[in-house]
Design a binder for this molecule. Structure first.
Ligand code: CS2
Length: 506
């Protein structure tokens, strides 16, 4: 392969490949995005590409990676262009996306990131930094003892965290008389805008205390009162790109793309309409603008992501490498249906949610064999994901006195899958920020009840909740079964017929 995908070569792509038909040189940066992973490039960047194609010119994206230089290194020689491959059983449709105008790498050059954030043209800052990067302590507040937070409080001009960058940029904008940008969180957290708002006000309070009023006067009240943090629900399944994908896509393009992204046809974005500094006309491009995103967010987190985590851990324990193969296992399929039946009553009844249509569509999406979405990918960071996906529903069932038994198996399956690494699953098959402590704990092979209690302590699950002990006991019962005879016994105890299972060797 000779040429790279770039502005120059994009004009000569095969006719069936959709490529930017707008003049990219006229697009001004209006959005800074923190965390340019595959999800952002398959979701928001694709929506913005459509806005630009329709003639908007003020909303180009400046991408910022907070950790690795990989994406910048791959996209810079491609003028920011990359291929989005939309895949299902009908085949693959390729779209070259042009909305990312430039890429910055924070650890290399914090100054340029702060310059982009303080540029008056930047009116929205969006984030997909993954759950763990919010640095929440158990209980939901800021983990003020985290080394990166400690670093950022001591070094405000050269931050490492999103919190540090946002606080420093908002301080500089305030001092310069530039109106604040709107902060739009696009991670899978409940009330994600309000959550980030709380974390950032706590961070600002610590900054004011650390720098003294001369250094940071008014930042706390500015963030608390003047900066908008709309919540949003984002949805698109994005499996990790493989080398085979790169080779296939480059072959189809006729030029090399080292950084394509794979995705499904479905996409959804529901956003609270609170943008005092303006926003793209997203509603024209399939984004749902609402007053309150909470019902959509809870439905997505509890039904899609909750089922995803169930499929990941039970799938891994049953020998399934991908979501579609796990979901084709009759026992797992029955389990997911029962899980949905437990989670649905926890959703608001008066919000007009059509949960039957939603779960029917999820079943189709999980069956997409063209995605090869790996169970190990979803299994990452369980300690950060299970609270909003599973534990919130379980606690609400306990409070309401509703019977449930499936939600708790997901937590037990997470613990069992963590313990299986280095044994029946490869070492490091998936990871978690708590791995060091978790592995040490699981190696002690304590009785199930003690193990679950210690894991809840470590992860801060259900902290200070009246029903915490009951929940621990319910999880422990499943863990006993999983330890004794794996998913076969765990499913049998739920009345799910394990004999019908067709274990594949993937
Ligand atoms: C998945 C999500 O990896 C995971 O934890 O559950 O990334 C999921 O694919 C997306 O939220 C779908 O929108």
């Amino acid at each position: 392969m000779t040429d790279r995908l770039s502005n120059r070569t994009a004009h000569a792509l095969p006719a069936e490949v959709a490529a930017p038909r707008y003049d990219r040189s006229t697009v001004e940066p209006g959005i800074v995005h923190l965390g340019v992973g595959a999800f952002h490039r398959a979701h928001q960047a694709a929506y913005i590409d459509e806005c630009l194609a329709a003639g908007e010119t003020g909303w180009g994206i400046t991408g910022v990676s907070l950790r690795s230089a990989d994406t910048r290194d791959a996209l810079a020689p491609q003028d920011g262009l990359y291929t989005l491959a939309v895949r299902d059983s009908g085949g693959e449709k390729l779209h070259v996306i042009g909305s990312i105008g430039s890429m910055l790498v924070a650890p290399e050059n914090a100054t340029s990131v702060l310059a982009a954030l303080t540029d008056p043209r930047t009116r929205i800052v969006t984030l997909t930094i993954t759950e763990k990067a919010y640095l929440r302590a158990a209980g939901g507040g800021l983990d003020a003892a985290h080394p990166d937070i400690v670093h950022d409080l001591a070094n405000p001009q050269t931050p490492k965290t999103a919190h540090g960058f946002l606080a420093e940029a908002l301080t500089r904008r305030l001092a310069a008389g530039t109106p604040p940008f709107t902060v739009l969180c696009c991670d899978n957290l409940p009330a994600n805008g309000a959550t980030l708002h709380r974390l950032l006000t706590e961070f600002a309070m610590l900054r004011e205390a650390a720098l003294g009023s001369a250094g940071d006067a008014g930042l706390f009240s500015h963030i608390a009162d003047q900066v908008a943090f709309p919540s949003s629900m984002v949805d698109r399944i994005v499996p990790a790109t493989t080398n085979a994908d790169r080779a296939r896509i480059s072959g189809e393009l006729g030029v090399e793309d080292t950084w394509p992204v794979m995705t499904e046809p479905f996409r959804q974005w529901v956003v609270e309409d609170k943008f005092p500094a303006g926003r793209p006309a997203w509603e024209k491009f399939g984004v749902t603008m609402v007053d309150d995103v909470r019902p959509f967010e809870d439905m997505k987190l509890r039904l899609l992501n909750g089922a995803h985590s169930a499929i990941a851990y039970l799938g891994l324990l049953s020998g399934h490498a991908t979501v579609d193969r796990a979901f084709a296992d009759p026992a797992i399929r029955s389990f997911v249906d029962a899980l949905w039946a437990e989670a649905i009553p926890t959703l608001p009844a008066d919000a007009g949610l059509d949960t039957s249509a939603y779960t029917a569509e999820l079943a189709e999406r999980f069956s997409n064999t063209a995605l090869a979405h790996r169970t190990a990918q979803i299994a990452n960071d369980g300690s950060q994901k299970l609270p909003q996906r599973i534990i919130a529903s379980a606690l609400e069932c306990l409070e309401a006195g509703t019977e449930f038994i499936h939600l708790t198996l997901v937590v037990a399956a997470w613990i069992a899958a963590c313990a299986a690494r280095g044994k029946t699953l490869p070492e490091g098959h998936f990871t978690d920020p708590l791995d060091a402590a978790l592995t040490a704990l699981l190696n002690q092979q304590l009785p199930a009840n003690e193990t679950v209690t210690a894991v809840f302590d470590l992860a801060g699950f259900a902290e200070i909740h009246a029903e915490r002990q009951t929940l621990i006991e319910l999880v422990a019962v499943h863990l006993v079964h999983l330890r004794r005879d794996g998913t076969t016994l765990a499913f049998a105890a739920l009345g799910i017929d394990g004999a019908r299972r067709s274990i594949d060797a993937d």
